[in-house]
Design a protein around this ligand. Structure first.
Ligand SMILES: Nc1ncnc2c1ncn2[C@@H]1O[C@H](COP(=O)(O)OP(=O)(O)O)[C@@H](O)[C@H]1O
Ligand SMILES: Nc1ccn([C@@H]2O[C@H](COP(=O)(O)OP(=O)(O)O)[C@@H](O)[C@H]2O)c(=O)n1
Length: 212
C-alpha cells in the first residue's frame, strides 16, 4: 500500500507519516528533506538561491542518504527549500527518486506537498493534513525552540504565511488537495488523536480494498 500524506508547513504531516509507517511497518520518506537538502547543498557551494542552474545541478546530484536533519530542519532552510522547490526542473530531478521509493515492494508512506497529486496519483489513501495557520505557527515555534533556535512567534507566523502562499501559488506541482484525498484538520487534535484519525482513514481504505 502506498500512503500519500500532503499538507502545509507544520500541519503535523511528518509526525503522522512517521507514526503510520512505524505502526504498519512500512518505510517512510519525508520528501521535504529532499528540497531542504537541495537548498543546503546550493548554499554550501556558495551559490545564491536565485541561481536556477546551480539549483537544478544540486537537485540532480542529490542522493537518498541519511540526511543531516539537525542542519536541514532549521527555520531558514524551510524557506530556502520552498524557493528552490518552485523551479520545475528541480522537481523533475527529484521525481524518480521519490517514485522509486514509493514503488518498493510492500509499499511506503511518503509525505510532502504533491505526493497525491503528482508523485503517486495512484496512492490509496491520500490524506491532506491541515491546521489553522496560528496552530501551525505555535507548533513550529515550539519545535524550533526545542532545537535551540531563538525564534519569535510573530516571525514564524509570517514565515509560514509566506511559504503557504509560495507553495500554493507556484505553477509547478502546487500545494493543493487531491480530488480523492481525505482532509484531516488537526487544529484541535493532539499528536495521539491526529495519529488515530489518520489510522482510521488507512483502515477504512484497507477494508474497502478487501471488500471490493
Ligand atoms: N497534532 C499536533 N498537536 C500538537 N503538536 C503537533 C501535532 N502534530 C505535530 N505536532 C508538532 O508540531 C511540529 C511540526 O510537526 P511536523 O509533523 O514536523 O509537521 P510537518 O511535517 O507538517 O511540517 C513538531 O514539533 C510536532 O511534534
Ligand atoms: N513534496 C514536496 C515537499 C516539500 N516541498 C517544498 O519544500 C519545502 C519544505 O518542505 P517540508 O515538508 O520540509 O516543510 P515543513 O512542512 O516541514 O515546514 C516546502 O515549503 C515546499 O516548498 C515541495 O515542494 N514538495
Amino acid at each position: 500500500m502506498i500512503i500519500a500524506i500532503d499538507g502545509p508547513a507544520a500541519s503535523g504531516k511528518g509526525t503522522i507519516a512517521r507514526r503510520l509507517a512505524q505502526h504498519l511497518n512500512l518505510p517512510h520518506l519525508d520528501t521535504g528533506l529532499l528540497y531542504r537538502a537541495t537548498a543546503r547543498a546550493l548554499l554550501e557551494q556558495g551559490h545564491d538561491l536565485s541561481d536556477r542552474a546551480a539549483a537544478i545541478a544540486s537537485a540532480r546530484g542529490l542522493a537518498l542518504t541519511d540526511f543531516d536533519e539537525a542542519a536541514l530542519r532549521g527555520r531558514g532552510m524551510g524557506e530556502a527549500a520552498s524557493i528552490v522547490a518552485a523551479i520545475p526542473e528541480v522537481r523533475v530531478a527529484l521525481v524518480e527518486m521519490q517514485r522509486g521509493f514509493a514503488l518498493r515492494p510492500g509499499g511506503a508512506v511518503l509525505d510532502g506537498r504533491d505526493i497525491g497529486t503528482v508523485i503517486c496519483p495512484e496512492a490509496r489513501p491520500k490524506i491532506f493534513v491541515t491546521a489553522s495557520v496560528e496552530a501551525r505557527a505555535t507548533r513550529r515555534a515550539l519545535e524550533l525552540k526545542s532545537r535551540g533556535e531563538k525564534v519569535d512567534y510573530a516571525a514564524v507566523l509570517e514565515d509560514i504565511r509566506t511559504r503557504d502562499a509560495r507553495d500554493s501559488g507556484r505553477a509547478a506541482a502546487p500545494l493543493k488537495v487531491a480530488g480523492d484525498a481525505v482532509v484531516l484538520d488537526t487544529t484541535k487534535l493532539d499528536v495521539e488523536a491526529a495519529f488515530k484519525a489518520a489510522l482510521a482513514i488507512v483502515e477504512a481504505t484497507l477494508a474497502a480494498q478487501s471488500a471490493g
